[in-house]
Write a protein that binds this ligand. Structure first.
Ligand code: AHM
Ligand code: MG
Length: 336
């Protein structure tokens, strides 16, 4: 077969989700509509992020433009776009964003059954130097009947129906799981469509990379310190692991998913609950990891079993290749 110059049968993200939906005769197409609004938000942020370097010139995102007008910061702008897109979808009832102190309860006339938890632009310390950043989201559904309550989102991560992230990197990649595996879609800028490029992503069972902010090492707990020591000075004759740390969760997790290894943001003496937020950072990434055949652990339990008490709660997190997380679990078990 000669290679075709053009693919003529494109699996867009919408087509993919419609296919999935057709397996569930009871579904009403609401999820497809919700997702298309999330995709719109991602495309908007992608385009804004790509112009961020030109901010001073054209006036964007936290800069004062040439006319001397203050512009909205990119993370604030991204949040507004997502909130408006999600509300106007008519399919949501509660929204939790990293940017907003309080949850947003959608007014009754625009209400639907889905709750969306999200970090509109994660890794914002990386914006100004052009390093990859991303959007992270998780989706729950409220119980049939009754008014939406905060308890509808204070649910363990295993109750999520779907989770994903969009990475604004050298290309724009959206990774999604609706609970039956993980798929990656890349934005084709000429079409404005996300095309399936990474079908059925599986994380390698064991990895060669660890990813952590080692600057916090002096405050780590015993198991974390022991694990990282093992990565650098293995005693079983295996080769030492490589360290990769971008400081942008979406990029660090994306690499972990594709290449294998572990990403950790552990507890330390200064932040006993770590840094990352349970609802819209830890849960979606843990959901994707498990769906790809990996694991996610908090140092105490399976991450997806955690029941958050507050919407902005934090948790330590160790996630990645099955065998590597297994080693970390053993170190914590030995500690008890
Ligand atoms: P942010 O939500 O303020 O951007 O912080 C979250 C980010 C994650 O993307 C990343 O994994 C982590 O903070 C890096 O933290 P640190 O700079 O402490 O290593
Ligand atoms: Mg964040």
């Amino acid at each position: 077969h000669a290679a075709e110059a053009h693919r003529t049968d494109l699996m867009t993200i919408t087509r993919y989700v419609l296919n999935e939906q057709s397996k569930h005769p009871e579904s009403r197409g609401d999820f497809t509509i919700l997702l298309s609004h999330i995709v719109l938000g991602c495309k908007f942020v992608c385009s804004a992020v790509n112009k961020a370097g030109l901010a001073k010139l054209i006036g964007l995102a936290g800069e004062t433009n040439v006319q001397g007008e203050e512009q909205k910061k990119l993370d604030v702008l991204s949040n507004e776009v997502f909130i408006k897109a999600l509300v106007s979808s008519g399919r949501t009832c509660i929204l939790v964003s990293e940017e907003d102190e309080e949850a947003t309860f959608v007014e009754p006339s625009k209400r639907g059954r889905y709750c969306v938890v999200f970090d509109p632009l994660d890794g914002s310390s990386n914006i100004d130097c052009g390093v990859s950043i991303g959007t992270i989201f998780g989706i729950y559904m409220i119980k049939e009947g009754g008014e939406p309550k905060l308890e509808d989102v204070l649910q363990p991560g295993k109750n999520m129906l779907a989770a994903g992230y969009c990475m604004y990197g050298s290309s724009c990649t959206l990774v999604l799981s609706t609970g039956s595996g993980v798929n990656g879609f890349t934005l084709d800028p000429s079409l404005g469509e996300f095309i399936l490029t990474h079908p059925d992503i599986k994380i390698p069972k064991k990895g060669k990379i660890y990813s952590v902010n080692e600057g916090n090492a002096k405050n780590w707990d015993g198991p974390t310190a022991k694990y990282v020591e093992k990565c650098k000075f293995p005693k079983d004759g295996s080769p030492a692991k490589s360290l990769r740390y971008i400081g942008s969760m979406v990029a660090d997790v994306h690499r972990t998913l594709l290449y294998g290894g572990v990403f950790l943001y552990p507890a330390d003496k200064k932040s006993p609950n770590g840094k990352l937020r349970v609802l819209y950072e830890v849960f979606p990434m843990s959901f994707l990891m498990e769906q790809a055949g990996g694991q996610a652990f908090t140092g105490k339990q399976r991450a997806l079993d955690l029941v958050p008490k507050k919407i902005h709660e934090r948790s330590p997190i160790f996630l990645g290749s099955y065998d590597d997380v297994e080693e970390i679990k053993a170190l914590y078990a030995a500690e008890e």
